[in-house]
Design a protein around this ligand. Structure first.
Ligand code: GTP
Length: 214
């Protein structure tokens, strides 16, 4: 059973979370709000990727939450896309409630995740941003977004990076971090129980398989 090495988790206390969505939906604003506590008055289009960090203490562990604020514009993301998806622990999808096209793009963002082999065990959430600009016209799209999130087993948040309270944005990201740490603990337990399996049994199994009865 040499393959047991695959089960040994890397002792790593960094959570890499990528934030995906069309240009202008508010990815930079959300990540800055979470990491600095302030909504940025002015943002520029992200080129490639921007990194932001915040340190959390979860169950006695120090966790570095690393947010990858990715470019929404295709021309600014081409060269970086392979790097976004390496060792991702969680994904935040964002769309802008005032921009139906950004909602329609969500399946494409999900498909991109699939193409880069993000498994179903990677936690995801969907944020409908700019809730301060909600009008009756967009209510049905919000319901569709809620449904999309449900179908894909993702928590759904209607939020405003501009006027929403800090606790809410903390909850969005911190819940993801909790999910990641729980998953890690489970994997560690699997490894521990696997290591406790007496080696001699494995050898016995092998012998049995190769015994010729003729
Ligand atoms: N009214 C309102 N405006 C917002 C909100 N969030 C972001 N914005 C504005 O939307 C614009 C785009 O926000 P960004 O955070 O730069 O969007 P982005 O998704 O990072 O854009 P790219 O980097 O081009 O992919 C900015 O003018 C923000 O101030 C919000 O909740 N409400």
């Amino acid at each position: 059973m040499d393959s047991c090495e695959f089960w040994i988790p890397v002792v790593c206390r960094t959570c890499k979370i990528i934030v995906l969505g069309d240009a202008g939906v508010g990815k930079t604003s959300l990540t800055q709000l979470y990491c600095t506590g302030h909504f940025p008055e002015k943002t520029d289009s992200t080129i490639g990727v921007d990194f932001r960090e915040r340190v959390l203490h979860v169950g006695g562990e120090k966790i570095k939450v690393q947010l990858w604020d990715t470019a929404g514009q295709e021309r600014f993301r081409k060269c970086m896309v392979q790097h976004y998806y390496r060792n991702v622990h969680a994904v935040v999808f964002v769309y802008d409630v005032t921009n139906v096209a950004s909602f329609r793009s969500l399946p494409l963002w999900m498909e991109e995740c699939q193409q880069h082999l993000l498994g179903p065990d990677v936690p995801r959430v969907l944020v409908a941003n700019k809730a301060d600009l909600v009008t009756l016209n967009v209510a049905s799209t919000i319901e569709q977004a809620r449904h999309l999130a449900e179908v894909h087993s993702m928590p759904f948040y209607l939020y405003s990076a501009k006027s929403g309270n800090r606790e809410q944005v903390d909850a969005i990201f911190s819940k993801l971090v909790l999910q990641i740490t729980r998953q890690r603990r489970k994997k560690t337990e699997v490894v521990r129980s696997f290591k406790l399996t007496p080696k001699v049994n494995v050898e016995e199994e092998k012998k049995e398989k190769w015994t010729c009865n003729c």
